[in-house]
Ligand binder design. Sequence first.
Ligand code: HEC
Ligand code: HEC
Length: 443
Amino acid sequence: MRALVVMVVLVGGPGCRNAAPSFVRTAAASDEHGASARRGDDDAPRRSRLAEGRQIFRFDTFGDEDFWGGALRLHQAIEGSAHGGVGAGVSPKTALAVGLKVDVDALSKATVDALQAGNVNLDDPAVTVALLTSNAVVGLTGFSDGKGGLRTLGIQCALCHSTVDNSLAPGIGHRLDGWPNRDLNVGAIVGLSPDLSPVAKLLGVDEKTVRAVLASWGPGKFDALLFLDGKAFRPDGKSAATVLPAAFGLAGVNLHTYTGWGSVPYWNAFVAVLEMHGKGTFYDPRLDDAARFPVAARAGFGHLKADPDLVTSKLAALHDYQLSLEAPRPPAGSFDEEAAGRGRQVFAARCAGCHVAPLYTEPGWNMHTGAEIGIDDFQASRSPDGRYRTTPLRGLFTRAKGGFYHDGRFATLNAVVDHYDSAFKLGLPGRQKSDLVEFLKSL
Ligand code: HEC
Ligand code: HEC
């Protein structure tokens, strides 16, 4: 009976729009909790904390729905005027086209069967609403209004830092936490909001400018620093957005983000409070520097408090979970093992001074000026230390789309190697360059 109701919702049949999203399998890791407690083993508290951290990473909005739904009214654009919102609504087809992913494990078997048989109406925004209210859209949660529409909408870490393995269809599969979603067009999604005046006000520009900036990002990119310094474009006119980074393989790495803003828990608090607009406490007097961070200084971003605080109590478990995410191994056959073996030697001689195995970043203060790596200082100068952080290189294959370096300026690993070859005047013969690329693909 449950499944039937859901089927009707998902195939866009008449009526039943009010049905609760009964096709959700509880996505939490609560079963692990129970099992380990019963076993009574010493690892149980640790496993339960990781499960808690995973739950936070995937599903916690930190109260940010008051911003995304409450202020920007993004949910109204998604549900469309037919459900009390505005405009035509966002169909599942459109949602997938802007890079949103669907978690197959949150769908009932009936829904999966219907999808496989092509019986789900992917042009119907009501289907998007049903998916959103059942936590089936990775990183976005819709809160039902009980009438088939949405009351509000919140975002989660998983939005940008998870993707799916496409096991059922392109964009629909099992979650891959920590993998950057390089298909996700954050700017296009935020740009759907009927009211961007809160963002315009914060940045001190008009709404039209905000929309133009959002449109300039493109897939797989976001500009976390825009909301500190208001700089949307590089001096060469290109967008100042960065590519979405991996959130795996970070254990043992000192500084994080492309320009080394701080530790993992530093950045987690930063993002949850300043970017996602969750309700929490954030302290960083470096942001009081009005010459460098005019937007942040004006808004007092370095001294935020919320009551209740929905972020701080979650930072420990979230940190644990993130550190537990290992970089994935590249698929068998995706690189030439012999050439990679030779490339390892080239890497040890030319690259390992900074990318120290097995972290592939420096133990210690892992920061460099643009000049040291042969690039401009624009992005580095937007951050407190004016430097770039040595990127940990494991799992490079997960971020081939959208390019390498903070802004994706090098489309391929060959281009990265060519860059180092000329910047460091290495004079590598062609064979050593291609060996080096195979080694990078093997990480
Ligand atoms: C809208 C997309 C988006 C969301 C949502 C988001 N992030 Fe990020 N995240 C980014 C981008 C972009 C960067 C790189 C920022 C930079 O270097 O300037 C980043 C960087 C990071 C890093 C540093 C990675 C590294 O290479 O060291 C961590 C850790 C991280 N995010 C964790 C989180 C957590 C935890 C959440 C939820 C609380 C979250 N992010 C939510 C886009 C996002
Ligand atoms: C002086 C220190 C230093 C040396 C030497 C160095 N790198 Fe890097 N590497 C960096 C920094 C810093 C970044 C981050 C640049 C950015 O994001 O703009 C980086 C980024 C990269 C990336 C991009 C990773 C990503 O996900 O975007 C690759 C690949 C890479 N380096 C490979 C190499 C290879 C191969 C060599 C040797 C030829 C090398 N590096 C030598 C410091 C170094």
